[in-house]
Design a protein around this ligand. Structure first.
Ligand code: HEM
Length: 396
């Protein structure tokens, strides 16, 4: 089948819904030959079952060979060596398993409960500040972004006062309108900054994740791995949750019946968070894997070394997952969604992200029962790997 130019379909249109073209592809043929964002060919996977097959099979759909697929920017051994260490997403088992096992204990639901009171405190401090300032407020800058950023900074041991610098770096890193070379250069800057923090932690390990990893000699992590881990956690730890918080608030404001249910009935919050994760699916540009052997997928035979891109928004709006998938319904069980991915790379920070959202959404809605958006159409982050809002002016 000829490749069709579907690059724009990786991207979200303005608003909450994925590009309608994705639904058409999903119904016609869940696995389609397309042009990837890198310029070479790829298989776009849009059905929930096929996405689970790909992400659930790290042996046939690997993560460590992205630099070898057609269209990928040529990287020198040095560039690869600088980029990979510590980055869980760049490895397959067993290398991946080693890193994941080291970090897992710090991200269990039980461990998250220990920091729950601190998250409440951080959320309340930000709500107090918004209330003190009075309306209007800028919900992304004053609430959605700083809360997860502060939480991950404290958890990791990164000075919060550096956040303007690292946030602007990560926004550039996630900007798909920039070239890969420009994005790698930004990543090198981020790593240089984190290398200083790791050096400091080696001398004086704090009571945080970096300090813990430095102290644990049996972990055997070298400095480049520590920098890579810190980079991934800092990036993944705040960009994603921040965008879920901002976009989630707007989604609720646009669905006042759902908002009322969540505000007035506290025990609905777990289901509401899962449904918002499913419906919004902020990791929207496609999760890539590379085939390691010939493999059958959705009725197609894929050769080895082919790029496969899973569209999480398409899979999460698959009618085979939930009934009426395009509707937002916080009373349903959306638990089978793939907004956090699936399989061995399933989001390490999911328990933390869930806890932040379960605390932040209801606290905001109860503090400001008359909250409303100031503008009809706020600014969306359409060019970003993680979808969301650039700003959300609100009043009450
Ligand atoms: C992996 C989404 C929050 C750390 C992933 C993946 C997705 C995802 C889709 C899988 C990518 C793949 O398979 O290629 C999200 C969403 C979040 C969120 C939607 C918020 C709502 C967080 C937080 C942290 C975090 C708060 C850290 C504290 C990670 C890490 C991985 C990952 C380290 C790689 C895991 C591995 O390779 O084993 N996330 N994430 N994420 N996420 Fe998250």
């Amino acid at each position: 089948m000829a490749a069709i130019p579907t690059t724009p379909l990786y991207m979200r249109r303005i608003g909450f819904d994925p590009d309608p073209g994705l639904a058409v592809l999903r119904e016609e043929d869940g696995v389609r030959r397309v042009d990837s964002l890198l310029g070479g060919p790829a298989w776009l996977v849009t059905r929930i079952a096929d996405v689970r097959q790909v992400l659930g099979d790290p042996v046939r759909f690997g993560n460590s060979r992205h630099h070898l697929v057609p269209g990928a920017p040529a990287m020198t051994e040095e560039e690869l060596a600088a980029m990979l260490p510590g980055n869980l997403l760049g490895f397959d088992p067993p290398e991946h398993t080693r890193l994941r096992r080291l970090l897992m204990p710090e991200f269990t639901v039980r461990r998250m409960r220990r920091i729950e009171p601190r998250i409440h405190e951080i959320v309340n401090d930000h709500l107090d500040a918004i209330e003190r300032e009075g309306p209007p407020a800028e919900l992304v800058a004053d609430f959605a972004l700083p809360i997860p950023a502060l939480v991950i900074c404290e958890l990791l041991g990164v000075p919060f006062e550096d956040r303007d610098d690292f946030q602007s770096r990560y926004t550039r890193f996630f900007d798909v309108s920039l070239s890969m070379a420009e994005r790698y250069a930004v990543q090198a800057e981020a790593k240089a900054y984190l290398a200083e923090l790791v050096a400091r932690a080696r001398v004086e390990p704090g009571d945080d994740l970096l300090g813990m990893l430095v102290r644990d000699e049996s972990a055997g992590l070298d400095d480049r791995e520590l920098v890579g881990i810190a980079d991934l956690l800092l990036l993944a730890g705040h960009e994603t949750t921040a965008n879920m918080l901002g976009l989630g608030v707007l989604a609720l404001l646009r669905h006042p019946d759902q908002l009322r249910l969540l505000r007035d009935e506290a025990d609905r919050v777990d289901a509401a968070v899962e449904e918002l994760l499913r419906w919004l699916t902020v990791v929207h540009t496609g999760v890539p894997r590379v085939t390691t052997a010939e493999v059958e997928l959705g009725g197609h035979t894929l050769g080895p070394g082919e790029l496969v891109v899973c569209s999480l928004p398409a899979a999460n709006r698959d009618p085979r997952l939930v009934r009426d998938p395009d509707g937002l319904d916080i009373t349903r069980d959306a638990g089978g969604h793939v907004a956090f991915g699936h399989g061995v790379h399933h989001c390490l920070g999911a328990p933390l992200a869930r806890m932040e959202m379960r605390i932040a959404f209801p606290a905001l809605l109860r503090r400001f029962p008359t909250l409303r958006a100031v503008e009809r159409e706020p600014e969306y982050r359409a060019q970003q790997v993680v979808y969301g809002l650039a700003s959300l002016p609100v009043t009450w």
